[in-house]
Ligand binder design. Structure first.
Ligand code: UDP
Length: 475
């Protein structure tokens, strides 16, 4: 009898810098290895690496089927300066780092390369080496539809999108309000827009798009990109919804243990978790109002405090987990003392997914980064939506109006910041109001639907099987 020895397909993943990209691709890698018998080379751009990134890849728990391949750091001093905006800095770092990609791919020899939003420069190199290329879209399906429409929009609209008088009618999806448009398309003259358009135009070049969302969360946008005539006309690649892929509960270090001891002593659903992702920062004035609003609401909270920045809402993006600061120097005088017992102030990087998964967490005041949004919903936690940068305003609107799991505070006309009374109002509303209960129930439904989608036989699980079968047939 001849026993056939199955050859495991070998896939390489190439995330762009930033924990919001690395985390979901890494989770995907783990699932490919564990559930689908695939070998993974995880290509890591090490230039500009944050402390959180370095820590992740030093973890002893990386499954045996994943090989971490570090792309050596490159000198960026002549390419970026302190005025380079976040997306341009990410894209330039990728561009410089990928000069070494060809030799790495020749050595690693994967059958498939999975790029993400901002590593699409790798497509040509992969094609030359006869490697199939897929894209992992780490943002919402709504933004994916917008991105696939952007090249057309760019051709058809003269002038700035922000000057349009009507919402943008993205084929098959909800019209996109001008005020919600992502930062990268708000000024067509700057590099951020050129980079964004460049990468989104290249989505059409890949063999398939893996979308970190699921059918029940974004039925309209997913149906649109699969069935609407426009996407067929532009020959958009097949879209596989494979989410929500989120960070699993992290290992709790001694430093973080006190957070969980504190949470263990709070009633169920009673704590508001306040955090602005890996890079979000508030202005000094806004941070002061937020602290006062939290105090006035008399609700329990965990505040991940970060140095304010009056210059940028994403000031901490390249210093994730490395920010050591003293909250008493920038929070209102006496705030920590007055809220002692009710609130817990922590700084820098915390195990966010594990906090959201704790039974005492009742709501999440979040910047609505896509990963944070998925983590909140995957744990059944409603959201107080506080978008800051990138596409977060689009996410906030989707969560509030499309999904019914979020509330947004209102900035009073003529004001630049959300005032303390408004913060008190929305915090009370989500923590103890009837609307908050409705949102919590909806979030819990989505948690169940997310679990089902990812389980064997669920919609996202089946999507991965479908694409994994294609990859296995390439061996
Ligand atoms: N995160 C974390 N601890 C923190 C801050 C952020 O673990 O203190 C993680 C969070 O769980 C999420 C990611 O960082 O997985 C942030 O990604 P997201 O897309 O929400 O926003 P971005 O930071 O990219 O703007």
């Amino acid at each position: 009898m001849v026993v056939s020895k199955e050859v495991k397909p070998h896939i390489a993943l190439l995330p762009s810098p930033g924990m919001g990209h690395i985390t979901p691709l890494f989770e995907f890698a783990k699932r490919l290895v564990t559930n689908h018998g695939i070998l993974v080379s995880f290509l890591v751009i090490t230039a500009d690496a944050s402390a959180a990134q370095t820590q992740l890849f030093q973890s002893p728990d990386i499954p045996a089927g994943i090989c971490i391949v570090n792309i050596p750091p490159v000198d960026m001093s002549n390419v970026i300066n302190e005025n380079t905006l976040v997306l341009s800095r990410v894209c330039l770092t990728v561009q410089e780092s990928l000069k070494l990609l060809r030799s790495i791919l020749v050595e690693v020899k994967p059958k498939v390369l999975i790029v993400d939003l901002f590593t699409s420069q790798a497509i040509e190199v992969a094609r030359e080496l006869s490697i199939s290329v897929y894209s992992f879209y780490t943002a919402s399906a709504g933004l994916l539809a917008f991105s696939l429409y952007l090249p057309t929009l760019d051709r058809e609209v003269e002038g700035e999108y922000v000057d349009l008088l009507e919402p943008i009618k993205v084929p098959g999806t909800r019209p996109e309000r001008i005020e919600d448009l992502l930062d990268q398309v708000r000024n067509r003259k700057i590099d951020e827009y050129k980079w964004f358009l460049f990468h989104m135009s290249r989505l059409a070049l890949v063999d398939g798009i893996l979308e970190n969302s699921w059918e029940d969360l974004e039925p309209l946008s997913l149906k649109a990109v699969r069935e609407h005539e426009y996407y067929k006309t532009v020959q958009a690649p097949p879209v596989y919804p494979i989410g929500p892929l989120i960070k699993p509960d992290e290992f709790i270090t001694d430093k973080d243990a006190r957070i969980f001891t504190w949470l263990d002593n709070q009633p169920p659903d009673s704590v508001l978790f306040v955090a602005f992702g890996s890079g979000g920062t508030l202005t000094s004035e806004q941070l002061t109002e937020l602290a006062w609003g939290l105090e006035m609401s008399e609700q329990r909270f965990i505040l991940v405090a970060r140095n304010p920045s009056d210059a940028s809402a994403s000031a901490a993006f390249f210093n994730v987990g490395g920010d050591q600061n003293d909250p008493s120097t920038y929070l209102p005088e006496g705030f920590a003392e007055r809220t002692q017992g009710v609130g817990l102030i922590v700084h820098s990087w915390v195990p966010q997914a594990a906090i959201l998964g704790h039974s005492s967490s009742g709501a999440f005041l979040s910047h609505c980064g896509w990963n944070s949004s998925l983590e909140s919903l995957s744990h059944g936690v409603p959201i107080l939506a506080w978008p800051l940068y990138a596409e977060q305003r689009m996410n906030a609107t989707l969560l509030e109006e499309g999904v019914g799991v979020a509330v947004k505070p209102v900035v009073q006309p003529g004001k630049k910041v959300v005032g303390r009374e408004e913060i008190e109002r929305v915090v009370r509303l989500i923590m103890e109001g009837e609307e908050g209960k409705v949102m919590r129930r909806r979030a819990e439904q989505l948690k169940e639907s997310a679990d089902t989608a990812l389980s064997c036989g669920g919609s996202s699980y089946n999507s991965v099987c479908q694409v994994a079968d294609i990859w296995k047939s390439l061996v």
